[in-house]
Design a protein around this ligand. Structure first.
Ligand code: BG6
Length: 494
């Protein structure tokens, strides 16, 4: 694709996101030949850096975080496109300076550039930035200017609505790119390909064949110095409202008529609309929360959540959440969806498990079956990147003995080279102007709306037994009970 000249203005030039994700992703795109011929990346921040100093600082980050290893002379060519602008979000001069820079590039490149404003700053600054960009006519060209924002998109339903409203006073929805980095992951994008480019799945992808679905995103990491943010968020806001609901939508959506942004997003939002609302009295029955205590992970003692920096020693914030949900439509009626996520868990693994129903009549005697497992499809998103179909097969030998086997598609074995990072895909899409993998305002609001009864109930009632799981465990016992009472258990990779 021949992309037009593009200018990135990154608000939050020296933040973690910029150094760990954005600049390494843009650099990798450059190395792989995806960047436009004309481009400029302008970091905006308050520190008094020169362009040179900024480039040096970013070089260190590239050496640490780029999947292409140590930077070399190619970095030198890339870094010529990097600039630093000392700026203050509330100051009009900073925006005038942006106008000046845009005009300069326009003249030098001899074309009208696309301009992307990346708001890698705390959401409390979004309002001022939007207002100032509008005041200085920086967003007037709705075809050529875009804004990228990162979660959290609000703190609850009302604040998300207010944020969407505020952004909509300055930008059209087509200009707003709300990032959920899960949607950029290879294995997550593949759910669409897998479901909608193969004909054999659709006939069985429904309540007639599927018994239940599990989506599990567990992490060994704790809050990693982000206690201040996490105290206000918790697992539901941090992971479920966005990433996990997105995975759920991809698994449960109806086939879109085409791979166009709004066609795909319409079908995803349908899922959120069909999800059964929690009644306040059901929260205790269908939602489980947990908070980690101290423990040992890989031979190292780790702190409990309440001992982490910037965390209240009596914190009521959940670091684990499990939910049982239903989708009330023809495809999924009566099929439970179990979701769980937690920090400081025994294993880092994101998996989607589709459990199929039992055979209608078993012809093999029980004693011939070693480890019965009804058909199961396991989509592993990370760190393992695979799709396995578990089947029963005959064990070789003279007797008719059955045991479960896996048919495995493993990305690492199947394809050479590294997969691009989620941010590479998503940043390229912002340059192309493709919103398929981005969250639309109504999706964000619908997701919040669904979680509000749980959030309200949990914040109104303090959990008396926190911490209720130790680091390196599989979470609170009640989470096991949530699924065990239906006769199932959480699937874990061997
Ligand atoms: C982020 C959350 O959105 O996703 C983090 O804020 C979490 O708490 C992270 O650790 C997980 O992302 P990934 O790509 O490592 O699975």
């Amino acid at each position: 694709i021949q992309l037009p000249g593009t200018i990135f203005f990154i608000f939050g030039a020296s933040g973690d996101l910029t150094s760990r994700k954005l600049v390494p992703a843009l650099y990798n795109l450059f190395l792989d030949g995806w960047m436009p011929l004309n481009f400029a990346i302008i970091g905006m921040g308050r520190s008094a850096y020169t362009d040179e100093k900024y480039r040096d600082l970013l070089l260190e980050d590239i050496n640490s975080y780029s999947r292409n290893g140590k930077a070399d002379e190619r970095w030198t060519s890339f870094s010529k496109h990097l600039y630093y602008q000392i700026s203050d979000i509330g100051n009009d001069d900073s925006y005038q300076e942006q106008v000046r820079r845009i005009n300069n590039f326009k003249e030098t490149w001899g074309e009208e550039p696309s301009v992307i404003y990346y708001l890698a700053v705390a959401p409390r600054f979004f309002g001022t930035i939007a207002e100032k960009l509008a005041k200085h006519q920086l967003t007037a060209n709705t075809e050529k200017t875009r804004v990228v924002i990162e979660k959290p998109f609000g703190h609850d339903f009302e604040s998300a609505k207010a944020l969407n409203q505020l952004l909509s006073t300055v930008f059209t929805e087509q200009q707003i790119y709300r990032i959920d980095h899960y949607l950029g992951k290879e294995t997550v994008q593949n759910i669409l390909a897998f479901r909608f480019a193969n004909s054999i799945l659709e006939p069985i992808w429904n309540r007639n064949y599927i018994d239940h679905v599990e989506i599990s995103v567990t992490e060994q990491l704790g809050v990693e110095g982000r206690g201040g943010y996490y105290e206000e968020a918790g697992a539901l806001r941090d992971m479920v409202q966005n990433h996990i609901f997105q995975l759920l939508c991809l698994v449960a959506m109806e086939p879109p008529v085409s791979f166009q942004a709004d066609e795909v997003r319409n079908r995803k939002v349908d899922v959120l609309h069909a999800m059964r609302k929690f009644k306040p009295e059901d929260v205790a029955k269908n939602a489980v929360r947990g908070q980690y205590g101290s423990g040992w992970i890989e031979g190292k003692q780790v702190k409990g959540y309440r001992e982490e920096e910037n965390v209240n020693p009596e914190s009521n914030t959940e670091t684990f959440a499990a939910l049982k949900l239903f989708i009330d439509n023809w495809r999924w009626h009566g099929v439970p969806f179990y979701l769980r996520t937690g920090k400081r868990m025994h294993q880092t693994a994101s998996t989607i498990t589709i459990q199929f129903k039992d055979v209608p009549h078993m012809i093999f005697p029980t004693e011939t079956i070693e480890g019965w497992q009804q058909n199961r499809l396991i989509i592993s998103i990370q760190p393992e990147m695979s799709i396995r179909l578990q089947m029963q097969a005959k064990r070789p030998g003279l007797s008719m003995t059955l045991n479960p086997i896996d048919l495995i598609f493993d990305y690492r074995g199947a394809y050479e080279g590294q997969s691009p990072e989620a941010y590479e895909t998503l940043l390229l899409d912002t340059m192309i102007g493709d919103q398929t993998l981005f969250m639309r305002a109504d999706q964000v609001e619908a997701a919040w709306d669904l979680l509000m009864p749980v959030l309200n109930s949990w914040s109104a009632k303090k959990s008396l037994n926190f911490p209720n799981y130790s680091a390196d465990s599989w979470g609170p016992e009640l989470a096991e009970a949530l699924i065990a009472k239906d006769g199932f258990h959480w699937f874990t990779l061997p």
